[in-house]
Design a binder for this molecule. Structure first.
Ligand code: ZN
Length: 200
């Protein structure tokens, strides 16, 4: 059986949101864990293409890091954006936690030139925690950017995603896996209602 992490759908539309979606569901509570070991994290890093092939191969040969740290960063990012999606605000405690991670990450960052300006990036070189730094910076960029209000939680499974639809009305992480379920359910309930009215 292949590892679920190899087939996981990447519906987040933003690196750090895909990272939070490495559990089977968030509703009603956190479901099956897809990041059970460092080996799972390696598979995920390759899946999302966090680095070039040569760098990835060198990185995956390093002694493994702590999967508990990986999950701690994931839950910190999840809590921050899930709260934002639900309440339209950032909880100060969630911000403190993210700041704690970023404080560590900043020691390894540099300002890089891009085609249109500059951005904060991670210095060249291989480090076991480098993927975590990139994910933390992805969360920072989302938080500081102009798309924060488009972060949403799927109505059906609670996964987080960036709503890039024109009118901002997307409700599901994935139309096929969640939208169709909800739509089918809504249709079923409407049909039931109609039938019960007819019976009266
Ligand atoms: Zn969903």
């Amino acid at each position: 059986m292949s590892d679920p992490i190899e087939e996981i759908t990447l519906d987040g539309g933003w690196l750090c949101l895909d990272f939070t979606n490495t559990v089977s569901t968030r509703k009603p509570e956190t479901g099956g864990e897809y990041l059970r070991s460092w080996a799972d994290f390696i598979l995920w890093v390759r899946r999302v293409g966090l680095s070039g092939e040569a760098e990835f191969l060198a990185w995956q040969r390093l002694p493994p890091g702590e999967i508990s740290e990986v999950r701690a960063l994931r839950e910190a990012i999840h809590d921050l954006f899930a709260y934002r999606a639900k309440h339209g605000a950032i909880h100060p405690a969630h911000l403190d936690t993210l700041n704690g991670f970023l404080h560590e990450v900043y020691m390894h960052t540099i300002i890089c030139a891009t085609e249109t300006g500059f951005r904060r990036g991670v210095a060249d070189g291989i480090h076991v925690e480098k993927p975590l730094w990139l994910i933390a910076l992805s969360a920072e960029a989302l938080l500081l950017g102009d798309k924060l209000h488009r972060v949403k939680a799927c109505d059906n499974c609670g996964w987080l995603f960036l709503d890039t639809s024109k009118n901002g009305t997307r409700r599901w992480c994935n139309m096929l896996t969640c939208g169709s379920q909800t739509k089918a359910k809504a249709w079923y309930h409407r049909k039931k209602e109609a039938e019960s009215r007819k019976g009266k």
